[in-house]
Design a protein around this ligand. Structure first.
Ligand code: ADP
Length: 461
C-alpha cells in the first residue's frame, strides 16, 4: 500500500485533539453554568432543557408501605418492589428483576414496546410474596423511571420529546408516556397505577437523598448521560412565580444535549453524522457508554487504513459500526498482562485481527485517550452545576459537605473513567474545596428512588 504513514503521529494528533487541560475544563464548566441559567430563564433558551421534575419534596425516611418501580432507560428494563418501614425500619425488603429489551422493539411501534413492558411488569407482580404487604383495597402504585427527554406536565404525566440512545420507536414522541403505559396495562387487565414519572437522574437523587441529606446533585453515566440537582424555586425565572411548599424542586438538566467548547475530532463528527440524531446529544456522544467504544473503533479504522496498524491485510469486520462496545475497551484498558494478551484476544475475537505487542499498546493508548477525555469532561460538567448552585447561594455548596450521587454502568465499571472524572473535579475546584465535594456511587438508587417518589405522591396520603 502506498502513502502508509506511521501510526505514532496519528496517535499524537488524536491526543492533542482530545486534550482537556485546565483552561478547556474551565471553559466547559463555565459554559455549562451559563447554559443552565439560559435554560432556566426561558423554555428553549439553551441546549440544556432544564426540565421541571415536579418533584418538590425529597424523601425523608418516613415513607411506609409497598411500592413498585419500573425503570426504562436503555438496554434493559428493570422492575422492583420495595417494602418501606419508616425511619426506624427503612427498607424492609426489596426484590427486582431485569429484562433485556429485544433489539427489534427499539425500532418497532410504541404499542409493541409498552405491551412488552406491561407484560414484564405483570409477570413480576404475580410473584409478589410474603415479605410484601399491600393494605386491602389499595391499588399497587408505581414510580416509573423513564430516562429519555420528557416534557413533564405533572408528577404523573409527561410528553416524550424524542427518543435517544439508539431508540427509534415510532408513535411515542409527542405522547404522554404514562398514558402509553396505562393503556398497555389496561390491554392486559393489569390493575396498577403510575403515581410518579421520574427521570433516572431524578430517581437517583431521590434514592441517594433517602440515606444522606447532603445529596444535592445526581449524575448518570451509563449508556447515556444526564444530571439533575436541587434548585430553588425563586431561581427559576421561567416558572414565573410558581411556588412549592419546600421552596425547592429538582431540575433535570438533560445535559446530554450540551455542546459548547468540547474538544472534538473528526471521529466524533463522523460518528455524529452517521448517527440517528445528527447534531444532537453532543456531550452524550463524547462521554457516555453507548459511544466511547465506537469512537475508539473509528480511530482504529483510521489507523489501519492510513497507518497499517495491524499490518497489511485486515479483515473488514472492524468497519462494522459499534463492533467495539465500551465494556470491550474497558477490558482492554484493564489488561495487566505483560504481553497485553487480553487486548490481543479481544481484537481477535471481535474483529478477527492479529495484533503484535506494539499495535496492542497503541490500541490501549487510544482507549485511554477517549476515556480520559470523556471522564474529565463529565467532571467539568459536574463542576459547572456545582458552581451555578454556589453562585446563587454563597457557601451553601462549597462551604459544607455536598454529595454528588453517581450511577450508571460506565461509572460503575470503568475505574479509569471514574478516576479521570474525580481528577478533573479536583483540578477545577482546588484541593481545599474539593474536600467538601463528595462524588460517590449509589448503587441502584434510581429504582428505590422512584419507589420513594411513588410513595411521596401516593393517592392514598
Ligand atoms: P442503562 O444506562 O442502559 O440504563 P446502565 O446504567 O447499567 O444501563 O449502563 C449500561 C452501560 O454501561 C452500557 O451500555 C455500557 O456502555 C456501560 N458499561 C457496562 N458495563 C461496562 C463495563 N464493564 N465497562 C465499561 N462500561 C460498561
Amino acid at each position: 500500500r502506498s502513502n502508509v504513514v506511521p501510526v505514532a503521529p496519528i496517535l499524537t494528533k488524536l491526543q492533542r485533539d482530545c486534550a482537556t487541560p485546565l483552561p478547556v475544563l474551565r471553559h466547559v464548566a463555565d459554559a455549562m453554568t451559563a447554559d443552565m441559567r439560559a435554560g432556566l430563564a426561558v423554555d428553549g433558551g439553551s441546549d440544556l432543557k432544564m426540565i421541571l421534575s415536579y418533584v418538590d419534596s425529597l424523601p425523608t425516611g418516613n415513607e411506609r408501605g409497598l411500592f413498585y418501580a419500573l425503570d426504562l432507560g436503555g438496554t434493559n428494563f428493570r422492575v422492583l418492589r420495595v417494602q418501606l418501614g419508616g425511619k426506624e425500619e427503612r427498607v424492609q425488603a426489596t426484590e427486582f428483576e431485569q429484562v433485556s429489551i429485544p433489539q427489534e422493539l427499539m425500532f418497532g411501534t410504541s404499542e409493541e414496546l409498552f405491551d412488552f413492558i406491561a407484560s414484564g411488569l405483570e409477570i413480576f407482580a404475580q410473584k409478589e410474596g410474603g415479605k410484601f404487604h399491600l393494605p386491602h383495597g389499595r391499588q399497587r402504585e408505581i414510580g416509573f423511571t423513564f430516562s429519555f427527554p420528557v416534557k413533564q406536565t405533572s408528577i404523573d404525566s409527561g410528553i416524550l420529546i424524542k427518543w435517544t440512545k439508539g431508540f427509534a420507536v415510532s408513535g411515542t414522541a409527542g405522547r404522554d408516556v404514562v398514558a402509553c403505559l396505562n393503556e398497555a396495562m389496561e390491554r392486559r387487565g393489569l390493575d396498577m397505577r403510575v403515581s410518579a414519572l421520574v427521570n433516572d437522574a431524578v430517581g437517583t437523587l431521590a434514592g441517594a437523598r433517602y440515606w444522606d441529606d447532603d445529596v444535592m446533585v445526581a449524575v448518570i453515566l451509563g449508556t447515556g448521560t444526564n444530571a439533575c440537582y436541587v434548585e430553588r424555586m425563586d431561581a427559576i425565572p421561567k416558572l414565573q412565580g410558581s411556588k412549592s411548599p419546600s421552596g425547592r424542586t429538582i431540575i433535570n438538566t438533560e445535559w446530554g444535549a450540551f455542546s459548547k467548547g468540547l474538544p472534538l475530532t473528526k471521529f466524533d463528527r463522523d460518528m455524529d453524522a452517521a448517527s440517528i440524531n445528527p447534531g444532537e446529544q453532543i456531550f452524550e456522544k463524547t462521554i457516555s457508554g453507548m459511544y466511547l467504544g465506537e469512537i475508539v473503533r473509528r480511530v482504529l479504522v483510521n489507523m489501519v487504513e492510513d497507518g497499517a496498524l495491524f499490518g497489511k491485510s485486515v479483515p473488514d469486520k472492524l468497519s462494522t459500526p459499534f463492533l467495539l462496545r465500551t465494556p470491550n475497551i474497558c477490558a482492554m484498558q484493564q489488561d495487566n498482562s505483560e504481553d497485553l494478551q487480553d487486548v490481543g484476544s479481544i481484537l481477535y475475537d471481535l474483529a478477527g485481527v492479529e495484533s503484535n505487542f506494539n499495535a496492542r499498546k497503541v490500541v490501549v493508548e487510544v482507549c485511554d485517550t477517549i476515556v480520559r477525555r470523556g471522564g474529565r469532561l463529565a467532571g467539568a460538567g459536574i463542576v459547572g452545576i456545582l458552581q451555578k448552585m454556589e453562585e446563587d447561594s454563597k457557601g451553601i455548596i462549597f462551604g459544607k459537605r455536598t454529595v454528588v450521587a453517581m450511577d450508571g454502568g460506565l461509572y460503575e465499571n470503568y475505574s479509569q473513567c471514574r478516576r479521570y472524572l474525580q481528577e478533573a473535579v479536583t483540578e477545577l475546584l482546588g484541593t481545599e474545596i474539593s474536600k467538601n465535594v463528595v462524588i460517590e456511587h449509589t448503587k441502584d438508587g434510581s429504582g428505590i428512588g422512584a419507589a420513594l417518589l411513588a410513595s411521596a405522591n401516593s393517592k392514598y396520603d
